[in-house]
Ligand binder design. Structure first.
Ligand code: ZN
Length: 881
């Protein structure tokens, strides 16, 4: 574990290293407790660098066994060796020399899951961001590109399969039960993309013929016996490869492409060149064990990692400040892929819900940072929703501003100009400026400035002059270390809608540049005047969520209802209804705090019924519309002085009012949707299941609800329906005989399947109410739970702290106390996972004073712990600052 050195890395301090490593030859002799790594590095001094410049290599917890320069043992006087650094004080005078370093590792005891470790007896690696330095001393930074050749030696019984990056070149027997394999990757790559896998794994094999006719051998490797669960992942991989050829003209470049699923993994998956390593959660699926959401995630993550081959691997990042260059862009690409494979409208709503749930709170709290940060203490803490999701929205806005053709021309230029480079955000923006002739300098602030911009909009219609005016004002709230903000370029898509939902015509517009239905907001205030407008239109704003902003719109409720029924933009139509629900929930929250019983307008609950039954709308869309804003969504919109119990009560009251008002419609539809034919994970079938399951959630609030949910659970033929019914029983009918029975039966059926048991932990960790902290504490002792496995920790502790508002924020602070103790316990093994967990308290200042004080105590108890890791100290100190 790296303890905190307090060092802050700054973007402006970047400079190229004095040395390059054009070639890296690695030999691994694998053993659980004593793996021998021999690295032979071809080192090259950069032009113009003094011969006396020392070579300083990064390490992390290493002990070198042997160091040779050009074949001769290095003299101790010429070296400075610590476990975190190897300095060659006087490198040879020749411009190129060879450096041999031998290290010894114990993968079996590596519980941080960075570098070389073991997962269920399989050797595997994770090197992004700085894990390679736990394997050997190296210039472990993304701008050092090297051609790797890797030889792996292992006992054949222990590891019949030996994989690394690139193409296989050689393999053979070594006697005494040992064997070896050699891999060569012709594409120079940074060390974070290095990977090795060795072990006993089952293989699913297939092949893919690229657009130019090359055959690529595909392999997905899983725990033996689970091969039948990898079919969907393989199908998703082949669709991704085809899509990248069609949508971006990008072909795969090696002879093989391998994916390995492991059960102990800090992240979702990793795009190592030619050898992606996956959290098995994002590979293994069938109808019995995976939900529709799992299938969709597998498709999206397989695509994401594959797309990195061009955006990340062929063109990588110059330094870690540029992380969004590969991540924001690749998330945008996987979003587009999923939109093409599924329903674009539904996908867009889901993306925006995720952005608001994860990125908006980041932007509004103490951990706010620009899409391209300028400083960090621990880069592991910057794999954030801002870098990924907001980074993707920024790329989407570039496409909105340029239009699809100029955007594609810019992407083509990016691949042409920067293939083989370690590039920057400036390089990326420049290709779009060059391809389109547009000036994106103001737009570039989206990369440099933190915070979610707000647009305040009001409108007036003058029937006499037939003029319609939109007054738009932008502001960006202050964020840590950025109190003054500059004005942004915000592409605001809009529509003017008249009676019957038809677009309202206008003859001219002034006050802002308006093109293709987009207002380009660039100044603090715009008065946008539309002339020749004969009737007062309803305004549909931020259509398709064209910019990641918040809107404060002065709009009549009548207009909102009108848009929720008639907006032709499906996103904005969903948004209009969602805004009505949010407004009603906030009003109910205030009534509850004032000691009143909340009431809801009949036209709101009726609208829910008419959306549910609208056969012109996709079932998946209707399911999304009926999903009430989450408690966290409501808390974010209220902003301060949050009482989580009152929010919960308001949300339950609205759910009950909607259910009671639509009982007949909902139950008729629920019955009609029962017959869904044979199982298929496709989007349309999944949408019908989603609609039926949300109807179940409403109907379960009415008399007979527990029996209905129990029947749903028992008759389920797939995990989507079974897990949905289990959640309804556990959450709505906590402690009932039906709920107890279903939880026990689920445990009996799936007790030996860790990924399915994660769902069982999740359901129980998210049961609302003060008692859940005790349940969760007890479940940490369950035989299926392990503090060492990130998936288990996220399912139980992560769900409790980030998705259980009433349990975690229990008024007496017990949820926080349990949380801080657990975070410290996880940290002993895995600082990265602990730091991620700790972000659950990032919005603590928006709580009411009592909870706020208790949350602060918990944060301080973490901050005051001894020997805190750099990862956790960074998060906790920024959160408290
Ligand atoms: Zn990625």
């Amino acid at each position: 574990m790296r303890t905190d050195t307090g060092q802050v890395f700054k973007l402006e301090d970047y400079r190229p290293n004095d040395y390059l490593i054009p070639q890296t030859d690695l030999t691994f002799r694998l053993s659980p407790d004593a793996t021998r790594v021999t690295a032979v590095l071809t080192v090259e001094r950069r032009d113009g660098v003094s011969v006396s410049a020392p070579l300083v290599l990064d390490g992390d917890g290493l002990t070198p066994q042997r160091i040779e320069i050009d074949g001769k043992k290095a003299k101790p006087a010429d070296l400075l060796v610590t476990s975190d650094q190897l300095t060659i004080l006087k490198p040879p005078a020749a411009r190129r020399f060879q450096l041999l370093i031998e290290t010894e590792l114990a993968p079996a005891t590596n519980e941080a899951l960075m570098g070389l470790y073991r997962s269920s007896n399989v050797y595997c690696t994770q090197c992004e961001a700085e894990g390679f330095r736990r394997i050997t001393y190296f210039l472990d930074r993304p701008d050092i590109l090297s051609v790797y050749t890797v030889r792996i030696e292992a006992l054949r019984d222990e590891a019949p399969l030996l994989l690394s990056n690139g193409n296989p070149v050689d393999k053979g027997d070594l006697g005494d039960g040992w064997h070896y394999a050699r891999w060569h990757d012709p594409f120079p790559k940074p060390s974070y993309l290095f990977a090795l896998v060795a072990g006993n794994l089952g293989q699913v094999a297939d092949s893919f013929v690229t657009a130019s006719g090359r055959t690529v051998e595909l392999g997905i490797y899983v725990e033996p016996g689970k091969e039948k669960l990898a079919g969907y992942a393989m199908d998703a991989l082949k669709r991704s490869m085809r899509w990248d050829e069609e949508a971006f003209g990008r072909e795969y470049d090696l002879d093989v492409f391998n994916i390995v699923a492991v059960s102990d993994f800090n992240m979702g998956a990793m795009e190592n060149k030619g050898l992606n390593i996956f959290n098995d959660k994002y590979v293994l699926a069938d109808q019995e064990t995976a939900t529709d959401a799992d299938f969709a995630n597998i498709e999206a993550i397989i695509a994401h990692e594959y797309f990195h081959n061009w955006t990340g691997n062929r063109i990588t990042c110059r330094d870690w400040f540029q992380l969004c260059l590969k991540e924001g862009l690749t998330v945008f690409r996987d979003h587009e892929f999923s939109a093409d494979q599924r329903s674009r409208a539904v996908k867009r709503i889901a993306e925006v819900r995720t952005l608001r749930a994860h990125q908006f709170p980041e932007d509004q709290g103490p951990l706010a940072h620009p899409v391209r940060p300028r400083r960090y203490r621990e880069i592991n803490n910057f794999y954030t929703a801002t870098v990924y999701e907001k980074g993707s929205e920024v790329v989407r806005m570039i496409r909105t501003i340029l239009g699809p053709d100029a955007f594609r021309a810019g992407m083509d230029l990016y691949f042409e100009r920067h293939d083989g480079d370690a590039a920057t955000i400036e390089d990326f923006i420049k290709v779009f400026e060059d391809a389109s002739g547009r000036d994106l300098s103001q737009f570039a602030l989206w990369y440099h400035q933190a915070g979610t911009p707000n647009l305040t909009v009001s409108s007036t219609h003058n029937p006499a002059s037939q003029e319609f005016t939109l007054e738009i004002e932008q502001s960006v709230p202050p964020t840590p270390s950025e109190s003054r903000k500059r004005l942004m370029h915000i592409p605001l898509a809009f529509g003017l809608i008249g009676a019957g939902g038809k677009p309202v015509e206008y003859s001219g517009v002034e006050g802002a540049s308006v093109e293709d239905g987009v207002i380009h907001v660039r100044k603090r205030r715009h008065m946008v005047r539309f002339s020749g407008v004969t009737e007062r239109p309803a305004v549909s704003l931020n259509r398709g969520f064209s910019a990641p902003v918040t809107l404060s719109v002065e709009q009549k409720a009548d207009d909102q209802f009108f848009l929720a029924r008639h907006d032709s933009d499906t996103f904005s139509r969903w948004q209009a209804f969602n805004t009505l629900l949010t407004d009603a929930l906030i009003a109910a929250f205030r009534e509850i705090l004032g000691g009143k019983r909340p009431g809801f307008a009949p036209r709101l609950t009726e609208l829910a019924g008419s959306i549910a039954g609208d056969e012109a709308l996709e079932p998946a869309y209707r399911a999304l519309a009926l999903a009430l804003p989450s408690e966290a969504d409501i808390a974010r919109d209220i902003g301060s002085n949050i009482d989580t119990d009152a929010i919960y009560a308001a949300r339950e009251a609205l759910a009950l009012a909607i259910a009671a008002a639509n009982r007949e419609t909902f139950s008729g539809l629920y019955d009609r949707l029962a017959d869904n034919g044979p199982f298929s994970p496709d989007a349309a079938s999944a949408g019908r299941r989603a609609l039926r399951n949300i109807l179940l959630d409403y109907l379960s609030l009415l008399p007979g609800g527990a029996a209905l949910a129990a029947g749903h659970f028992q008759s389920a033929t797939n995990m989507t329906d079974r897990a949905a019914a289990l959640a309804v029983l556990a959450h709505r009918h906590h402690g009932s005989p039906e709920a107890t029975k279903a939880l026990a039966s689920f445990e009996t059926i799936y007790g030996s399947d860790p990924l399915v048991m994660d769902k069982w932990f999740q359901v129980q960790a998210s049961v609302p109410g003060p008692q859940t902290v005790d349940t969760v504490r007890a479940l940490t002792g369950h035989p299926a739970f392990s503090m060492a496995n990130p998936n288990r920790v996220r399912s139980l502790i992560g769900t409790f702290s980030s998705a259980n508002q009433t349990g975690f924020h229990r008024a007496d602070g017990e949820g926080y106390r349990f949380f801080s103790q657990t975070v410290l316990e996880v940290e002993k093994r895995n600082p990265q996972v602990a730091a991620r967990l700790a972000t659950a308290l990032r919005s603590w200042r928006s709580l009411e004073p009592g909870r706020q004080a208790k949350a602060r105590e918990a944060l301080l108890s973490i901050a005051n712990a001894e020997n805190l890791s750099a990862d956790l100290r960074d998060i906790v100190e920024r959160t408290l600052a």
